[in-house]
Write a protein that binds this ligand. Sequence first.
Ligand code: PLP
Length: 363
Amino acid sequence: MLRVDLGAIAANYRDLAALCPPANCAAAVKANAYGLGLEPVAAALAGAGCDTFFVAHLAEARQLRAILPKVTIYVLGGLPAGAAALYAKANLRPVLGSLGEIDEWRNFAAATAATAAPAAALHVDTGFNRLGLDQSDVAHLAGNPDRLAGINIALIMSHLACADTPAHRLNEAQRAAFEAARARLPGAPASLAGSGGIYLGPAYHFDLVRPGIGLFGGAVAGHASRPVARLDATVLQIRDISAGDTIGYGATHTFKRDSRVAIISLGYADGLLRCLGGRRAAGAVFIGDFRAPIVGRISMDLTAIDITGLPADSVGRGAMVEVIGPHQTIDEIAAAAGTISYEILTSLGSRYTRLYSAANHDL
Ligand SMILES: *Cc1c(COP(=O)(O)O)cnc(C)c1O
């Protein structure tokens, strides 16, 4: 069962937004709001005052528009060929990152009799080398302003590569490159910072910040946010195992002593990353304060945990086991798996019950 604390998400939003005035605070809710559920999460953020959202795909944007008719929605993936009418119909703003996308949006604007020029963002690449207009594109636009005629440029944005490493030299280099690009483009509100950029300070805030992970319980460069997710699994079976026996696929784990294991109803298909099992320094889950190491390989639907140290009969069929919660944050389980909190959240499975609480119950 995955419990999502919408009150904690709203409180994280208010805390981050309070760091940024006069900049407005948007929210990045791509990938199903980082695995937590787009609709309830976005509704909670809107309730906390968020009026601007960033998603990656058109389909995500349409899902969001269906529940929030008034907010501003930017689609980071840009404008796929032929999709302009779909964007306009749902009042979505593409984040344009190439001259080809700009041409398509401008041509669409010219061909429709809309009274207001359709809004879009321009994405400038300042050193990430992922999406966005490069320096020669910006120079071209500066010399050929007609290329942007009829487009309402509502935002100029870029994205930082190393914002979680405050001392990295690329931060200031990207900030300076962003200022230089802005100076060559039509005047428009600007946005550079996600969660990490917020903590780099006011020089990085511009007009709009767009955090994601800092809303959803992840720590950014040592700045913790409130936990918002708790993931529990159910014990399906307890078994006693003799010294010398093995467990699981590949028989990777041999018990050195007589042991008790619990089989829990959660596997890699649910987001318990397979790399947490099948090795000596395996990950763990918690039963109360007791740390139960994962033994053997994690299966698709099932995982074995060693509970030998617990008093017999203290755990039975149906007992709940904490995977993510007060004893194991998303950053801690990510570190055990050799990954980042973002991947833990976006790997959360789709087949357990998601319970949404408005208030901070027992997290
Ligand atoms: C995902 C994303 C964000 C949010 O990043 P966090 O590190 O989760 O705060 C902001 N901007 C862009 C372009 C993104 O892709």
